[in-house]
Structure formats: structure tokens, C-alpha cells
Design a protein around this ligand. Structure first.
Ligand code: FPP
Length: 260
């Protein structure tokens, strides 16, 4: 069945096999978020430098983006660099910061062909200028694309995002544009970096770590979680489908009762 799922003849369109295998489109997660972990351990196992793991991780980003697009996922959010990752050695940080440019330079024609829109969440101003301009250029170039949204979380930290949202709301209240009574969950949603995106339906974390690491703490309130020991560079279509099929078995109740 897995082979059938990926026998795609056309880029970016559901094949009949995919349609048949996925019970119905409603069962397909609309938004998948991934904490891509294990690049360093993948490299260490091969006596390679950590950056070789990150390079391989970038290739996996390419593969998983293609698959997400092929099967009809609408939003793919990838945690590529956290606000805590600055603590890593300078050379590793520099390499990680060069990846968006490397990835976007070579993948842009295919992104356009596939009608994929690039987005990012995170503190863009804190990025080195070449990283920032690579992302800005890609977002500008793909802004009218209507297919998959490929959303990079880059220099992203969920607590900082929430603090900034709170500050912005307080400013509005101070300025008299909003009353305290009007502030509700929807207001907070609107002030987060994800205001234009639906909440993730499925969160995947690779490499056997079972924590959120300051990722989308507000947005993941009702998300289904799926963890795997597979290291990110080894994450492949079979593992991805395993995650999606596990999601399809879940009974999402949002605090209600079964079947409601
Ligand atoms: C965590 O693994 C991974 C990262 C901090 C970087 C993730 C980045 C990529 C997968 C590539 C991103 C690609 C683009 C195009 C932006 P780790 O290094 O902490 O692994 P370890 O826990 O095994 O040491």
C-alpha cells in the first residue's frame, strides 16, 4: 500500500492511488508541524561533522516537502532553528544560517513548478542579512502561489512569541483600541505569528526526544502528537506515511465525547 501511495505520475496533484489509500480527504491532516531532530547524532554515527548531518537534514526537507505536496497537505511547518540554538558553536550556527539560502537557491524552480508558497515564523530581524534576504526573496517570489504552504520556523521561540503578542495586545488596550473584556482566545490567536495559519493537526518529532522545546506551545493545544526514534536525515516516505496513518486512527474529541 505504501508503494501505491507514492506512485505519483504528476507533480502536486492527488493520484488515484493516493485518493484510494487515504480513506477520505477529511482524514488527511491539513497542517503538519515537524520538530526535525537528530541531525547531529546521524552524523556522529558516521564519524562525520555535525554540519554533515544538517546538510543531510536539508535533503530530507526537500524530500518531505515533495511528499507533503504530492499527497495534498496544505501547510507544512518545519522547526529549523530555535531561539535557543544560538547557544551552539559559532561554526554550526553559521552553517545552519546558510541552509535557507542553499535550499531556496536550488529548490526555487521546483517550488514554483509545484505552486508552493514559502512562509516563515520567528524573529526575522535577528537573522543574519543573507539568511533574511534569502527568506524574504523566496516569500516574495512565491507569494501568489496557492498550493502547499512551506512554513519555516527560523529563530523561533514560542514563549517569546506569546510575550510579544501580550505586549501588542496591551498596547492596543492602552491606546483604547481594545478593551480588556474583548481580549479572548481569538484575540491572542490574531496576535501570534501564526495568525494566518490554522493550528497544526499533527506534530511529528524525530530522534526519540519527547518534548516540545518551546515550539508552538499555544497552537498545539489540540494537536495530535507522533514521535519516532528515526533520526531526521533518515526520515523517509514510509515513516511519514506511518505518522499520517497513525493520525488517521486517532479520535479527535477536542475535550468533547467520543463520536460527537
Ligand atoms: C536538531 O538536530 C536540528 C536542528 C537544530 C536543525 C534542523 C535543520 C534542518 C533539518 C535543516 C533545515 C533546512 C532548511 C532548508 C532551513 P540536532 O542537531 O540537535 O541533532 P542531535 O540532537 O542529534 O545533536
Amino acid at each position: 500500500m505504501l508503494n501505491k501511495l507514492f506512485n505519483k505520475s504528476k507533480i502536486g496533484k492527488h493520484s488515484m492511488e493516493v485518493k484510494e489509500s487515504l480513506k477520505n480527504d477529511e482524514c488527511l491532516p491539513y497542517h503538519i508541524a515537524i520538530i526535525m531532530d537528530g541531525n547531529g547524532r546521524w552524523a556522529k554515527k558516521r564519524a562525520m561533522p555535525r554540519i554533515a548531518g544538517h546538510h543531510e537534514g536539508m535533503q530530507t526537507v526537500r524530500k518531505i516537502t515533495r511528499i507533503a505536496d504530492d499527497i495534498g497537505i496544505k501547510v507544512l511547518t518545519l522547526y529549523a532553528f530555535s531561539t535557543e540554538n544560538w547557544k551552539r558553536p559559532k561554526s554550526e550556527v553559521e552553517y545552519l544560517m546558510s541552509l535557507p539560502q542553499m535550499f531556496l537557491n536550488s529548490f526555487m524552480p521546483e517550488l514554483m513548478e509545484r505552486n508552493i508558497r514559502v512562509e516563515m515564523i520567528g524573529d526575522k530581524e535577528g537573522l543574519p542579512s543573507n539568511t533574511k534576504s534569502a527568506l524574504n526573496e523566496a516569500m516574495e517570489k512565491t507569494k501568489n502561489n496557492t498550493g502547499l504552504i512551506l512554513n519555516f520556523a527560523m529563530n523561533y521561540g514560542s514563549r517569546a512569541e506569546i510575550v510579544n503578542a501580550m505586549k501588542d495586545i496591551m498596547i492596543e488596550v492602552n491606546n483604547g483600541n481594545l478593551t480588556l473584556e474583548e481580549v479572548d482566545e481569538k484575540t491572542i490567536d490574531q496576535y501570534l505569528l501564526t495568525s494566518k495559519l490554522p493550528e497544526p493537526d499533527l506534530l511529528i518529532r524525530t530522534s526519540g526526544e519527547v518534548r516540545l522545546s518551546n515550539f508552538m506551545l499555544w497552537q498545539l493545544a489540540y494537536t495530535e502528537f507522533w514521535f519516532t526514534d528515526v533520526l531526521w536525515p533518515d526520515f523517509d516516505k514510509e515513516t511519514f506515511m506511518e505518522a499520517i496513518q497513525a493520525y488517521q486512527q486517532r479520535n479527535r474529541r477536542y475535550g468533547g465525547l467520543k463520536g460527537e
